[in-house]
Design a protein around this ligand. Structure first.
Ligand code: NZQ
Ligand code: ZN
Length: 382
């Protein structure tokens, strides 16, 4: 166990915290407020931001789409450069926050911002950003990752940089009141898979990371079971904080990671616009069954510690069934049906993209080769 851990994001958690941005963004900063399709205009969040920024000089950029595209974000990059923006305030879910991370880094680069995603440009500085989270799911509000899509080529790629870690994250659970059930469910599933990607590998005996991961999984399972209580302050606050902790770097410190479900899932989103979380639920059960021998010990631990299943030789198999049943209980499908072509063409399309993106040895053992990905897709695609 060897790692460096730092999470520099100041968390401003709780009801009424949006007004705190007045104090944490320096008043002499020129601010660009960035948001998505306008949900913040209908739920009072925009008005709270306007009130809080009364003593700031600010302007806005809207229209960042779910699964944000570089094509849209590049327009904001031009604004940051031309108007000498000092601070970017992201108001939205993972898409808006990720989009702001791209804007912040690309604004400090003279070339094409997409170079950041391909790795041909290493980020060495960025415009400071802060986040007002409106959808708990990705953890983007206090991590250094971002996932950006190039619509013209259907590429969805990620980058990581400490320079785009938000300075602060406002997490007021009241903003969740306007979330449709579909997005609440997406948040539960995405956070669940984030913990799995950092936990469901092999036994390493790191008690803090494993134990905390199990707490987060138990929380998410309970929140899913208590979905009918989703209109309570307690339910909302617990989901918001759990989803944040699932991907703020802590449980992933010094342990093996998987992320294959995400890498394959991103291709489904890029090709067919499947919601991010739903792409994960489609891939993960098939992937776990394919990788069961590598993951048996941790699947068994998850089965006993989270699902309280009885010990037995088929415990790992029953654990995967329990995960699948959890998704199905939330009406989340575990097979892809939304593709335009026949099944073999759909599989070929995903495989072609995985090859193009170098995703040819995924998972904690690099055991998910293209051949294994094809097998996983055979059962993940209906
Ligand atoms: O566009 P707006 O108006 O904001 O509406 C959004 C959008 O339509 C809506 N919404 C958000 N907050 C709302 C609301 N509607 C009503 N009331 C509110 N309070 O919800 C829709 C989906 O929003 P989006 O931001 O796309 O969802 P999510 O937070 O799930 O983010 C998904 C993106 O994050 C990436 C995904 O790949 C995907 O592009 N991820 C980022 C990660 C990271 N940075 O660490 C890790 C994740 O694994 C993930 O890959
Ligand atoms: Zn995710």
């Amino acid at each position: 166990m060897k790692f460096a851990y730092q999470n520099a994001t100041q968390i401003l958690f709780g009801q009424g915290q949006i007004e705190a941005i007045a104090k944490v963004i320096p008043t002499d900063n020129r601010v660009l407020v960035v948001y998505g399709g306008g949900s913040i205009k209908n739920n009072g969040v925009y008005d709270q931001v306007v009130n809080a920024l009364a003593n700031h000089q600010w302007q806005e950029f809207s229209g960042v789409e779910p699964n944000p595209t570089k094509e849209t974000l590049d327009k904001a990059v031009e604004i940051v450069k031309a108007d000498h923006i000092d601070f970017i305030l992201a108001v939205g879910g993972g898409s808006v926050i990720d989009g702001c991370k791209y804007i912040a880094a690309a604004a400090h680069y003279d070339g094409d911002g997409w170079d950041i995603l391909t790795g041909s440009h290493q980020v060495s500085s960025a415009t400071p950003i802060g986040a007002i989270l409106t959808l708990p799911a990705t953890g983007s509000e206090s991590n250094s990752g971002a996932v950006i899509t190039k619509a013209s080529t259907q590429d969805k790629l990620a980058f990581l940089s400490p320079f785009v870690q938000p300075a602060f994250a406002v997490m007021d659970p009241d903003v969740m009141k306007s979330l449709p059930d579909r997005q609440l469910v997406n948040g539960l599933v995405d956070a669940w898979v984030h913990v799995c990607e950092q936990y469901l590998t092999y036994n390493h005996g790191h008690m803090v990371q494993d134990g905390y991961a199990e707490v987060l999984l138990r929380n998410l399972k309970q929140l899913a079971e208590q979905f009918d209580q989703r209109d309570s302050d307690e339910w909302r606050a617990n989901l918001m904080w759990t989803a944040n902790q699932a991907l703020n770097g802590l449980i992933g410190s010094g342990v093996p990671h998987d992320w294959a479900t995400h890498m394959i899932g991103h291709e489904l989103t890029a090709l067919w616009h499947v919601d991010h979380a739903r792409s994960l639920a489609i891939v993960q059960p098939s992937l776990l069954r394919n990788q069961i021998e590598h993951k048996r010990a941790k699947l068994e631990k998850l089965g006993t510690e989270v699902f309280r299943l009885e010990i037995g030789s088929d415990l790992a198999e029953r654990t995967i069934d329990a995960i699948e049943a959890l998704y199905n209980s939330l009406d989340v499908a575990t097979q892809l049906t939304e593709y335009a072509t026949d099944k073999q063409t759909a599989i070929d399309n995903v495989i072609e993209q995985l090859n193009k993106h170098g995703m040819v040895a995924l998972g904690e053992n690099q055991a998910i080769t293209i051949e294994q990905s094809r097998k996983i897709l055979e059962s993940a695609i209906a």
